[in-house]
Write a protein of this length. Structure first.
Length: 320
C-alpha cells in the first residue's frame, strides 16, 4: 500500500540536504555546549590545583627562609662573642702547635688532637674555614636569569617572561642539586665538628682544673682556642645559611611558576565558559527555529553561533 504524505506535513519537512543538516543543529550545539562546559570546569580544576601546589611550595620556601635566618643569627652571635672576648682580653692568633704542646701529659686530649680528624680540625680552626664543597652547582642559564630577576624584585610580568622557558623538571632537578649541596657539606663537616666539640670539652675541663692552681698558660690556650672555635662556627653557619637561601629562592621560583600557571588556566576557563554561552545561544536559536516558518535562516544563525563557539574553543585551547 502506498503511503501518501499530506502537503501540510511536507511543508514542515526540510526540503533540501542543507535543511536536513541544519535540523541537527540543536543536538550538535548541545554537544558542543557540554564539551565546552567540561573544558571550562577542567581548566578551573587545574587552576585550583596549581594554587594549592603554590601554597605548599610557599610553605617549603618559608621553612628554608627560617633556617636561613636562624643560622645567620647564630653565626652573628658566635662572631660577636669572639669579638667581645678579643676586646676584653688578650687573644693571640690560634696556633695548633701551642695546643699540641699544651696537651702533653693529657692523654685523652692528645689522642683527639693527634687523630686524622683532629689534625684536619686544627687546620680549619687556624684558617677560620670550613671544608670546601665539592658539589658546586652551575645553574641552568634560564634558571639563573629567573633567580637574578627574583633578586632584583622584577615585576610579575617580567618574572612570567623569565619563567616561561623554564620547565618544571628543570626546577625540580635544580632543587635536588641544591639539597645535595647541603648533604655534601654536612657530610664533610660532621667529623670536623665532632672533633672540635671533643677538643672544646677537654680543653675547657683542663683549663678549669688549671685555674685553681693559677695556670695562666692554660687559660691563654683555652681563650685562643675558644675564639678560633667561635670564628669557625660563625663561618660554618654563614655557609649553611647561603645554601638554605639558594634552596628558598628555587622554591620561590616554583611558587611563581605555579601561580602563573593557575592564572593561565583560570583565564582559559573563563574563555571556554564564554564559548559555552555561544553554543547555548545556538541551542536556543535552533529551538525557536522549530516553531518558525523560515526555519532555515534561524538554523543558519544557530549553526553560525555554534561554529564560532567551536572556533573560539580551538583558539583558546591552542593559543591561550
Amino acid at each position: 500500500m502506498k503511503v501518501v504524505i499530506p502537503n501540510e506535513l511536507k511543508a514542515e519537512m526540510p526540503p533540501t540536504m542543507f535543511g536536513r543538516i541544519l535540523s541537527a543543529t540543536p543536538v550538535v550545539m548541545a554537544v558542543v555546549a557540554t564539551m565546552l562546559a567540561g573544558l571550562a570546569s577542567s581548566e578551573m580544576t587545574r587552576a585550583q590545583y596549581d594554587r594549592s601546589l603554590a601554597a605548599q611550595q610557599q610553605s617549603k620556601a618559608g621553612d628554608q627562609w627560617s633556617f636561613f635566618q636562624a643560622k645567620r643569627m647564630r653565626g652573628a652571635f658566635q662572631l660577636n662573642t669572639a669579638e667581645l672576648l678579643q676586646a676584653v682580653s688578650a687573644v693571640r692568633p690560634f696556633e695548633p702547635t701551642a695546643l699540641t704542646q699544651w696537651s702533653e701529659g693529657k692523654p685523652e686530649l692528645a689522642a683527639v688532637i693527634s687523630s686524622p680528624d683532629g689534625q684536619r680540625a686544627l687546620g680549619f680552626l687556624q684558617r677560620s674555614e670550613v671544608p670546601s664543597n665539592s658539589t658546586v652547582v652551575a645553574w641552568d642559564p634560564k634558571i639563573q636569569a629567573a633567580l637574578d630577576g627574583l633578586e632584583a624584585l622584577r615585576p610579575d610580568s617580567d618574572m612570567a617572561a623569565l619563567l616561561a622557558p623554564v620547565d618544571v623538571k628543570s626546577l625540580e632537578d635544580a632543587l635536588r642539586a641544591a639539597r645535595d649541596q647541603v648533604d655534601a657539606l654536612d657530610t664533610a663537616t660532621k667529623p670536623i665538628n665532632e672533633a672540635i666539640d671533643r677538643m672544646d670539652a677537654l680543653v675547657s675541663h683542663q683549663a678549669a682544673l688549671s685555674a685553681g692552681t693559677g695556670g695562666g698558660s692554660s687559660l691563654s690556650v683555652h681563650r685562643d682556642f675558644t675564639v678560633a672555635r667561635l670564628r669557625y662556627t660563625a663561618v660554618r653557619y654563614e655557609v649553611e645559611a647561603r645554601l638554605n637561601q639558594a634552596i628558598a629562592n628555587l622554591y620561590e621560583l616554583q611558587v611563581r611558576k605555579s601561580n602563573f600557571s593557575a592564572e593561565r588556566h583560570h583565564a582559559r576557563s573563563q574563555k571556554f565558559f564564554f564559548g559555552m554561552l555561544g553554543a547555548q545561544l545556538g541551542v536556543i536559536v535552533s529551538t525557536f527555529a522549530m516553531a518558525a516558518r523560515n526555519r532555515n535562516l534561524l538554523w543558519s544563525l544557530a549553526a553560525a553561533a555554534g561554529l564560532l563557539a567551536i572556533g573560539f574553543a580551538v583558539y583558546v585551547y591552542l593559543c591561550v
